[in-house]
Design a protein around this ligand. Structure first.
Ligand SMILES: Nc1nc2c(ncn2[C@@H]2O[C@H](COP(=O)(O)OP(=O)(O)OP(=O)(O)O)[C@@H](O)[C@H]2O)c(=O)[nH]1
Length: 298
């Protein structure tokens, strides 16, 4: 019989390095929403991968960043920092060829926690010429005592399986922590809200998405298995509501249709989705409004 290794792995790095893409690649399902905008991830999500030789429980955290005041930003940083101290291993994700102050801050947090770490150098597909990769890896190795340094392309899946095997070997000998078939700790309702939020992140301007939140107020299974989902998009100003809805409702219709298709893929069943936009003043700077929208310490 093979020995079982199991444990918690935090995926840590500055915004936009590809943490969510990596998590989805490990689990083989789109659990974490992604976009080209920084700070897409607002919630900590568990992604569970069970193999015959053990179980990897990944914790995708909101990116660590330096700027930004306000309750939402405080929540994002706190969530990432708490996670680092609580896990068996950290995957520190960086972008090949790039090093910023925010990377530095994330690495400092890892060093302070003293949690063992593997450096994941992502987006190697972007390097046409691979020559600079070696000096980059050497420099990274000098910054911290990593267990391993692994270049990958999360988007293409290159080296992700190898990384997974390396990760498993570092985890303690332990029976699986979750049942075999479980792939996340979040209910389907949560993913419904996230998939609507993903469309907002992807479709609307640079600033607007950060001033919106999504709440699923109804999530029901109809006879025959179809899901009926009612989602509310909270914005801070009436002008934002007009932008999201668009002329004759076209913009929202397109966004909702894409979100619905993504839900059908994840839930593997038909989905009926209705989306409404409502104005609630300054929800993103108000701790109690944040809590009511699900941004709670867990
Ligand atoms: N070329 C390339 N792009 C990638 C790769 N991995 C991720 N990306 C892209 O990088 C962007 C950010 O990816 P995410 O997975 O959302 O990044 P994140 O680190 O979770 O971001 P935050 O939510 O801001 O913390 C997206 O546009 C991805 O498609 C990769 O291996 N190669």
């Amino acid at each position: 019989m093979t020995t079982s290794h199991s444990g918690y792995i935090a995926i840590i790095g500055r915004p936009n390095v590809g943490k969510s893409t990596l998590l989805n690649g490990f689990v083989g399902q789109k659990l974490a929403i992604t976009s080209s905008k920084a700070q897409t991830t607002r919630h900590t999500i568990l992604g569970i991968k069970t193999r015959p030789d053990g179980q990897l429980v990944f914790v995708d955290t909101p990116g660590i960043h330096r700027r930004g005041a306000g309750a939402l930003n405080r929540y994002l940083n706190r969530a990432a920092l708490t996670t680092i101290g609580d896990v068996d291993l950290v995957l520190f994700v960086v972008e090949a060829g790039r090093w910023t102050q925010e990377d530095d801050k994330a690495l400092q947090a890892i060093a302070e926690a003293g949690t063992p770490a593997i450096a994941v150098v992502n987006k190697i597909d972007r390097l046409r010429d691979k020559t600079p990769l070696l000096p980059y890896l050497e420099q990274l190795a000098r910054r911290h005592e990593f267990l391993e340094l692994v270049p990958v392309s999360a988007a293409r899946g290159d080296q992700v399986e190898r990384l997974e095997t390396l990760v498993l070997q570092t985890l303690p000998e332990r029976e699986p922590l979750f049942p075999d078939e479980q792939i996340t700790d979040r209910p389907e309702r949560f993913f419904a809200a996230e998939l609507v939020r993903e469309q907002l992140m992807r479709r609307y301007g640079e600033e607007l998405p950060y001033q919106t939140a999504v709440e699923v107020e109804r999530f029901e299974e109809e006879e025959g298995g179809r899901y009926r989902v009612h989602a509310l998009i909270w914005v801070e100003r009436p002008s934002q509501k007009a932008i999201i809805i668009g002329e004759r409702g076209e913009a929202l219709k397109v966004a909702a249709s894409e979100a619905r298709q993504q839900m059908q893929r994840l839930f593997e069943r038909p989905v009926h989705l209705e989306v409404w936009v409502k104005v609630r003043k300054s929800w993103s700077s108000d701790e109690s409004a944040l809590a009511s929208l699900g941004y709670r310490e867990r």
